[in-house]
Write a protein that binds this ligand. Structure first.
Ligand code: AMP
Length: 251
């Protein structure tokens, strides 16, 4: 079985985000970019499934600018066998990414498609659900545990839901999106970084996959959150209660 993993290039989680002066979006020039943390978890899970002998190949897919190849190389250094880059300079919204993934699934025919539960730049949390819908495949979102049964061709997925855990049994092929507690992604070792340089990255354009890059969404304005006022340190519980009652008026 082949596993396809979608990995997105995003602003590194440790970078303090700056909004562009024209408020059209977030500054990405001269900013450290990395693989979306939930996508690292998705890739790690695929690699563990392959290491346990339940998959034969892990294919990493990234969509966007030329620099996505760097993110793919990181994925290849972690252990993915091949990469696919869908090159586009236009903004790719979840529905377009889902359509492109569907087209790639039709070419590659994986038994499992794993995505992050959300990208930390747009926080959409939509792509996995949309691609499952487009493919008509079962979906296990927010996975915190994945068990595969090769004989029965099912995946048992524990999902993190508000009230606790929900366990689903999915017939393969299926879509899984990963939550934070699923695993701890590995670091790429130096020899694997060197090996990754010679692994194959195939390039497509959205036109090659017959997908029109368009969106029904328009970003009107991006602004920073309002600055918070500095807090005060109170010297006693009585003072705290007094402030809550008479200043904040919340009790
Ligand atoms: P989102 O729905 O935008 O929050 O993204 C959820 C997941 O979809 C991500 O964690 C990735 O696995 C996948 N994804 C979204 N956009 C891309 C992209 N441009 N390239 C590759 N994967 C993506």
């Amino acid at each position: 079985m082949k596993i396809m993993v979608a990995i997105k290039r995003v602003v590194d989680y440790a970078v303090k985000i700056r909004v562009k002066t024209d408020k059209s979006g977030v500054e990405t020039q001269n900013v450290k970019m990395s693989m979306n943390p939930f996508c690292e978890i998705a890739l790690e899970e695929a690699l563990r499934i392959k290491q346990s002998g339940l998959a034969s190949e892990v294919v990493a897919v990234s969509m966007g600018s030329t620099q996505c190849v760097d993110t793919l190389r990181t994925g290849l250094a972690m252990g993915a066998d091949r990469g696919i880059h869908v090159e586009s300079t236009a903004a790719l919204y979840p529905l377009t990414v889902a359509k492109l993934l569907k087209a790639l699934v039709e070419v590659e025919k994986p038994g499992l498609l794993i995505l992050g539960k959300q990208a930390i730049d747009d926080d959409c949390n939509q792509t996995g659900q949309m691609v499952a819908g487009l493919l008509g495949w079962p979906q296990g979102t927010f996975a915190s545990k994945v068990l595969l049964d090769k004989e029965k061709q099912v995946a048992t997925v524990d999902r993190e839901v508000d009230g606790g855990l929900e366990t689903l049994c999915l017939n393969l092929p299926a879509v899984i999106t990963t939550d934070l507690r699923l695993n701890q992604p590995r670091y790429a070792t130096l020899p694997n970084i060197m090996k990754a340089k010679s692994k194959v990255v195939k390039k497509y354009t959205p036109q090659d996959l017959n997908v029109e890059v368009k969106s029904d969404l328009e970003v009107v304005e991006v602004t920073e959150p309002p600055k918070r006022k500095a807090g005060v340190v109170v010297s006693s519980v009585d003072e705290l209660i007094d402030k809550l009652q008479n200043e904040a008026r919340v009790i």
